[in-house]
Design a protein around this ligand. Structure first.
Ligand code: FE2
Ligand code: FE2
Ligand code: FE2
Length: 162
């Protein structure tokens, strides 16, 4: 089973490289290095291609119902088991940036799990919704934007619609 383990590790690494290169691209843009920004963007997309082919080889993209189940358990693991000890440890170490990042993520994952659960329950009905993303904390609201984000207080009219 070592290829399965290797695929998982490669998927994790390529996924991280994608997000890292996007962050580097944004920074290059801010510093006026337009061509380097494009290079990071193109390479980020290349790493996504690699990540997706590893994920496919793992057989981890299934039916939408199964994918919603997988998404619910992933989000639930994060807010039940992963983030609470991470938050406690960051508080103990006095790492305020980490506390803030973990707390925003922890609260948003609970919202994500709830929305996925509702989407799974409603799957057969074929209902459609609009989704609004808070660009600061990752909170998502369904169909309506709030006055202010319930997690981070960001103005609802600046949420991104999907
Ligand atoms: Fe790659
Ligand atoms: Fe999430
Ligand atoms: Fe927010």
């Amino acid at each position: 089973m070592s290829t399965e383990k290797n695929l998982k590790e490669a998927f994790a690494g390529e996924s991280q490289a994608n997000r890292k290169y996007l962050a580097f691209s944004k920074k290059a843009e801010e510093e006026g290095h337009e061509s380097i920004a494009r290079l990071f963007k193109a390479t980020a997309e290349a790493e996504t291609i690699h990540a997706l082919s590893h994920l496919k080889a793992l057989g981890m993209v299934k039916t939408t119902a199964e994918n919603l189940e997988a998404a619910i358990s992933g989000e639930t693991y994060e807010f039940e088991s992963m983030y609470p000890p991470f938050i406690a440890e960051a508080e103990k170490e006095g790492n305020q940036a980490a506390v803030r990042a973990f707390k925003f993520a922890n609260a948003a994952e609970q919202v994500h799990a709830e929305i996925y659960k509702k989407a799974l329950a409603d799957l057969a009905k074929g209902e459609t919704h609009k989704y609004y993303l808070c660009p600061i904390c990752g909170n998502i609201e369904v169909d309506n934007t709030p006055d202010r984000c319930k997690i981070c207080g960001y103005p609802g009219d600046k949420f991104i619609q999907y």
